[in-house]
Design a binder for this molecule. Structure first.
Ligand code: KG4
Ligand code: ZN
Length: 337
């Protein structure tokens, strides 16, 4: 079964084709809108949806070209139906629904977070179920007990800024371009880990929830007490990254003890952070897995994988175009049930 997937939930237009029966990704196309939103310092939803509209169909043709198949060899379509920006979600939804109707094939709206949770399954080195997943992206910070496909229990989440959001806001404060996570991580490599010591929020009390907005305020206050020179900025970047990594480490260790799980998957955009991967890999009593960098950040390959798992078990949508800005992972069901 060849599944075409379209992802337009935020600022990346993604199109992928996945041959599920042979577990082969035939094409993975991505167009990033970073340039478009850079000058505004964040994503402008109206600009995002218009650009998705311009880019999505050309990427579908490009994906078919790369996969060397005709559109008539597509047997099912998946699209990100949420969570995400309403107007942006509608782009993938309407294209997917229209193509499915024209080709008379099934279509299914996929939860973006389920895509992130399952992205690691595209790798040769993938975990067995169940596992603990640390999903850290621009919009979410979640600790999830992944019992099987569609069976997700949220153990902890951010009460304010997501980890990626905190990276981006702190990066902006340090004068780095949007989105700043990777830029901040690069700057942190030159920073002195001993000069500043940032707090590890919510680690001194029980529980698995997170709060990262205080770290950004801490960064503002620290910067205001320095000359705001290049060295100070690098030292602040280092202290900030160390604090986020240490906080995520403490919560992952706690969640592993609480659940008795021995496998951890790090995923989502911040999951591409090398300091985080290194810390969790070397210091936790668990086998640690992660998708390659391009499957950590937003992409359509993970949506194609999730869609295949559900479509091949007979799941599909009716004529509705689904666009759900908020869509809880825990409301999903296993396709096997
Ligand atoms: O998963 P993703 O592509 O989009 C969402 O679904 O949110 O994640 C994007 C986030 C951004 O906040 C970006 O700054 C962050 O991931 N990010 C990083 C790194 N690479 C991307 N944060 C820290 N270190 C990185 N190397
Ligand atoms: Zn994402």
């Amino acid at each position: 079964m060849n599944v075409l997937a379209i992802e337009t939930s935020c600022d990346d237009t993604g199109v992928a084709i996945y041959d599920g029966d042979r577990a082969r990704l035939l094409s993975n196309q991505l167009y990033s809108q970073i340039e478009l939103h850079n000058r505004y310092g964040g994503v402008v939803p109206e600009l995002a949806s218009r650009d998705h509209l311009r880019k999505a169909m050309p990427l579908v043709y490009k994906a078919l070209d790369e996969a060397a198949i005709s559109i008539h060899e597509i047997n099912g379509i998946g699209y990100t139906a949420g969570p995400g920006l309403m107007s942006a979600l509608f782009v993938a939804g309407s294209i997917a629904r229209s193509l499915a109707m024209a080709l008379n094939i099934p279509v299914l709206g996929i939860n973006h977070l389920e895509g992130h949770l399952l992205a690691v399954m595209l790798e040769d080195n993938k975990p067995d179920f169940p596992f603990l997943s640390l999903l850290v992206s621009g919009g979410h910070t979640l600790l999830v007990h992944v019992k099987a496909i569609g069976q997700y229990q949220i153990l902890g989440q951010s009460l304010d800024d997501a980890a990626g959001e905190a990276f981006d806001k702190t990066a902006k404060l340090l004068g780095l371009p949007y989105p700043g996570g990777a830029h901040l991580a690069k700057l942190a490599q030159q920073g002195d880990p001993k000069r500043f010591n940032f707090p590890r929020p919510m680690t001194d009390r029980p529980g698995l929830d997170f709060s990262f907005s205080g770290l950004k305020t801490h960064a503002i206050n620290t910067l205001s007490k320095t000359d705001a020179d290049a060295r100070s900025k690098a030292d602040i970047a280092r202290a900030f990254e160390d604090a986020v990594v240490a906080t995520l480490f403490i919560k992952c260790r706690r969640a592993l003890v609480q659940t008795g799980l021995k496998r951890l998957v790090i995923t989502g955009g911040v999951g591409a952070n090398m300091a985080l991967r290194q810390c969790l890999k070397t210091q936790l009593d668990a086998d640690v897995y992660y998708p390659r960098q391009q499957f950590c950040t937003d992409n359509a390959a993970m949506i194609a994988y999730a869609a295949y798992q559900r479509l091949c078990r007979g799941e599909s949508d009716d004529l509705t175009i689904r666009a759900l800005p908020r869509w809880s992972l825990e409301s999903l069901r296993s396709p096997l049930n």
